[in-house]
Design a protein around this ligand. Structure first.
Ligand SMILES: C[S@@+](CC[C@H](N)C(=O)[O-])C[C@H]1O[C@@H](n2cnc3c(N)ncnc32)[C@H](O)[C@@H]1O
Length: 259
């Protein structure tokens, strides 16, 4: 499953959605980058896992002491280093590393952030300092549910337990003391069906990496036209084509010594 995922991200090579025209209505008042800002300061050493092409890390992570952005895709790291040239003052370094095989020393980081990527809570606990924070945003089972139901497949569609619950339990088991979880609901409105299609072809919303067969030569799959048209016709509003996103945010603190 991880090989499929790596291959797919290597082929894509960036996590840039600036060509897709859409607006977002945020129903829940929880913002990943605001939370990172609240829990860090000008001296913090921050690790951003699964940073992609650094698009968000470069523009949205706060100015702290230093940011290390990691990704297991060499192509993503190459893109991140190219994107970095547009942010000459940002204190950030990009390193190719698997989130599940981290090689950083114990207690190195003040804060670990991970947005829409795979994590290993135990390894994060190991690299965080004694009062360090873990802040994640994930895509939950119920995300784009109407679309996934129509296609009868997609990210976590067949999972018996929601990803948010699995993450929460793993974070607890790893030893984190104070864990807060928040469901995040947002509505996205795509200007045209081409914009929505571009999103679906680039992200794993419909073609969940975990449900692909490893033996197959992975390529960007096509989307069934009739089902797609059906979704568009039933979800077109005056604001655009609606897609309900269901995400989750977690803030966990290590707290080895109570303060
Ligand atoms: C959905 S993108 C999110 C990128 C970025 N965090 C953002 O929010 O824009 C997921 C990223 O995680 C990376 N990734 C997935 N599994 C990983 C792993 N085990 N180790 C390191 N990176 C991983 C992918 O290569 C990809 O760049």
């Amino acid at each position: 499953m991880q090989e499929n995922e790596l291959k797919r991200y290597e082929d894509i090579g960036n996590w840039d959605f600036s060509d897709i025209k859409y607006t977002t209505y945020q129903e829940t008042d929880w913002n990943f980058y605001d939370e990172i800002k609240k829990h860090s300061n000008a001296f913090s050493l921050l690790l951003d896992l699964g940073t992609g092409g650094g698009e968000k890390a470069l523009s949205l992570l706060p100015d702290v002491g230093m940011i290390i952005g990691t990704d297991f895709s060499k192509e993503m790291i190459k893109t991140a280093n190219q994107n970095k040239e547009k942010f000459p003052n940002k204190k950030i370094k990009f390193v190719c590393m698997d989130n599940l095989k981290m090689t950083f020393p114990e207690k190195l980081f003040d804060l670990v952030s991970a947005r829409h990527t795979m994590i290993d809570a135990k390894q994060i606990y190991h690299v965080l300092n004694d009062n360090g924070y873990l802040i994640i945003e994930g895509v939950d089972k119920q995300d784009c549910w109407e679309l996934k139901t129509l296609f009868h497949r997609g990210q976590a569609f067949h999972d018996p337990i929601a990803i948010s619950k699995i993450d929460y339990e793993n974070i607890k088991k790893a030893g984190f003391q104070k864990i807060e979880m928040q469901e995040i609901i947002q509505y996205e409105y795509y200007e045209t069906k081409e914009d929505l299609l571009a999103l679906l072809l680039k992200t794993p919303i419909l073609d969940d990496f975990s449900e692909m067969e490893t033996s197959k030569n992975i390529h960007i799959p096509s989307i069934e036209k009739d089902l797609f048209e059906k979704y568009v016709s039933t979800h077109t509003t005056t604001k655009g084509i609606e897609l309900k996103r269901v995400l989750y945010g977690i803030i966990a603190r290590k707290m080895t010594y109570r303060s």
